[in-house]
Design a binder for this molecule. Structure first.
Ligand SMILES: CC(C)(COP(=O)(O)OP(=O)(O)OC[C@H]1O[C@@H](n2cnc3c(N)ncnc32)[C@H](O)[C@@H]1OP(=O)(O)O)[C@@H](O)C(=O)NCCC(=O)NCCS
Length: 317
């Protein structure tokens, strides 16, 4: 007998355990999951459901919404069922409960992501009417093997052209700093080819979910400055496993093609090396040729492709 209910705070150790069992590549702690929820903008609807089987939580599913690609009737799903409890109908029951709860919100689109090598997830999604929308590639750089030689002299060349590279702890004296970082983040986000229109973060939300979140490191948030303007960014976070990940890399369109993204990345990798961090993760849309080119140049390896799936519930008005 499968029982479905909303998750309680004390369920999150189990939720994180199941998620990490199913997706061991990028483990997430219970504290990390709870922090993510607590930091959400109040307009975001989110709920975790757990499935009990044999008196224990054997799976979970959650719905949430994108803060930076927000649409009030679009919902993002994430789920995991313990491998030894699959094919018992747990995933379907969880999805049914989520659909019931979402109905009053008049959903138009459900989305989720799955790795291309996860056959069971792909079959589950296909069975429930989801179809492929988009492809991203997960990438990882082994920092112990990083070779800086191809980038020798790049930062000095750009500095000679008038660019400065500063981490945000070095910019505390700029009273406009946070607003400029937020504006740059929004400008870059709107240019990431993600197949979904972006929505701006407010300054308050930017502070909460980017500057003050526990994975953030001020000395790893690097900005390219030209004539007082913030024109490029590379922000690195540290996950609960002690590995680093790229939150964002971006350069304002008029400053692209000069090597700024590479210089900013070089700074971020330099910081990670001083911290003794061994891996750096990132993910890029398969259509983002410039970003893929930059990451390949740095030696990032391709991990399995991540497929975004969508299910239209009704036509958009
Ligand atoms: C991706 C991005 C950060 C690159 O910034 P940039 O400062 O122009 O990058 P650089 O000048 O350092 O390097 C660009 C490299 O990509 C290559 N490149 C550019 N367009 C390319 C294309 N269409 N196909 C293949 N390679 C391409 C360039 O040749 C250059 O490599 P090279 O120096 O060896 O010639 C910038 O395009 C951007 O801000 N895009 C929007 C934000 C985004 O998508 N960010 C990634 C997700 S977080």
């Amino acid at each position: 007998m499968i029982g479905i209910r909303h998750a309680k705070t004390e369920d999150f150790d189990r939720i994180s355990e199941i998620q990490n069992l199913v997706s061991p590549e990028r483990p997430q702690s219970a504290a990390g999951l709870l922090e993510e929820s607590a930091n959400l903008d109040s307009k975001i609807k989110q709920q975790f459901f757990v499935a009990l089987f044999e008196h224990e939580i054997q799976g979970f599913m959650m719905y949430t919404q994108h803060q930076d690609h927000f649409h009030p009737q679009h919902f993002w799903l994430r789920a995991a069922v313990r491998p030894d409890f699959r094919r018992l109908g747990i995933g379907s029951k969880l999805l049914e409960a989520i659909m019931q709860e979402l109905t009053p919100f008049n959903p138009i689109l459900l989305q989720c992501a799955a790795q291309e090598n996860r056959d069971f997830t792909l079959r589950f999604l296909e069975h429930h009417g989801f179809s492929e929308e988009w492809r991203r590639v997960n990438m990882m750089l082994d920092l112990e093997k990083f070779d800086p030689a191809p980038f020798t002299g790049l930062i000095e060349k750009l500095e000679a052209q008038g660019f400065a590279f500063k981490t945000i702890d070095q910019l505390r004296d700029d009273p406009e700093r946070d607003q400029k970082l937020c504006d740059l983040g929004n400008a870059v986000s709107s240019d990431v080819p993600l197949g979904m229109p972006s929505t701006d973060l407010s300054l308050a939300q930017f502070k909460k979910s980017i500057l003050e979140v526990s994975w953030a490191r001020e000395a790893a948030f690097c900005v390219a400055i030209f004539d007082g303007r913030y024109v490029g960014v590379n922000n690195i976070g540290v996950d609960s496993n002690g590995n680093s990940f790229v939150d964002v890399t971006g350069v304002l369109s008029e400053f692209r093609g000069r090597g700024l993204a590479q210089a900013l990345k070089l700074k971020g990798i330099g910081w990670a090396l001083t911290q003794g961090i061994k891996k750096m993760f990132t993910a890029n849309d398969l259509v983002n040729a410039p970003m893929l080119a930059v990451n390949q140049k740095f030696g990032f390896n391709h991990d399995p492709i991540q497929i975004r799936f969508g299910k239209k519930i009704q036509e958009q008005s």
